[in-house]
Design a protein around this ligand. Sequence first.
Ligand SMILES: C[S@@+](CC[C@H](N)C(=O)[O-])C[C@H]1O[C@@H](n2cnc3c(N)ncnc32)[C@H](O)[C@@H]1O
Length: 388
Amino acid sequence: MTPAARIAAAIEILDRITTGEPSEKALTNWARAHRFAGSKDRAAIRDHVFDVLRCRGSFAALGGGQGGRALILGLLRAQGVDPETIFTGERFAPEPLGPDERAALDKPAPPDLARRDWPEWLLAPLTQRLGSEFDTVTEAMRARAPVFVRVNIARTTPDAAIAVLAEDGIQAEAHPLSPSALQLGEGARRIQQSRAYQEGFVELQDVSSQAAVGQIPLAPGMRILDYCAGGGGKALALVAACPDCEICAHDIDAGRMRDLPLRADRAGARVSICAPGKPGAGYDFVLVDAPCSGSGTWRRTPEAKWRLTPERLGDLVALQARILDEASALVAPGGRLVYMTCSLLADENDAQAAAFAGRTGWDLVSQRSYSPATGGDGFFVAQFERKA
Ligand SMILES: C[S@@+](CC[C@H](N)C(=O)[O-])C[C@H]1O[C@@H](n2cnc3c(N)ncnc32)[C@H](O)[C@@H]1O
């Protein structure tokens, strides 16, 4: 496909997304209906769509509308690309610009463009929560997320993993936020086909998640429950950090853990899986990686940013509080409860942690927030101990 044909495809897909179709479904449906598109075409189209969704507010302002054509015109304007070179009307290219579109592009760019890439109702809480980091985080959230892997330190070292990745043409370098983290450069998209990945030397995981897991003071022989294990990213990081710990994975939805045995096999890790609602009890650590807005990961899932509502956020905050209460009952005397979210929002993080400590009397031993200002996703971790 030509670059212009890829843009035309992105316009078609964005039109579907802006009328309510979920982005993954719209991309899949488009690919099914256009089997001639190769993997490089599909990847390029996906990049256009996600680049637009991340900056949907500012691109709508620059392009003069909310539809696929206007959003792409906003993208091209932001990139300084002359749209006439793409909107030519030639075979498979988008139709030439109309007078209204030209007029929209001639208008001066509105001020404070980057702020438009947050939902308006979140501007006040984010400004308050992020303080002096607000502008840096806002800019970072408008760009593609870097790709990180976690080196399986139970099996290899970061230097050895870098060398194995290089054999497959994947460039990687250490990241200061976590000793197990490598940030991938050139070749990152081939990671899942690489030997380092397939043989379990590395696993995809954001650096902030790795750093947060690194805060947990593990010791051989400890029993640890990953209460909201999902695909098992945290459970696998825990077992790599402490192979002599006993790690149990639990989730209310067993289906969410279906890939975990395969991932654990690949890593050479031992993780026991509990049936939903039967998590056991008496653990040294219970980790709650709670369902949340995912606002810290919106670079990867930009559509979610525009779908979150105050009501949905309120429901999530209530659910997190319920899960914390449930999970705290599973901690052994003298043990700890660890609460994590991939959120940037105080309601789900500091305020949630303070509310839990306030209503239960548990001590808030430590808390730490991560933001894209330090490279990775927005993330939060808090540790609690039952008062003696
Ligand atoms: C943020 S995800 C977990 C991600 C996972 N820990 C990882 O690192 O890949 C949150 C998980 O919490 C689970 N969950 C939601 N409500 C729950 C509940 N009441 N008890 C246990 N798990 C729950 C969801 O099914 C979801 O898999």
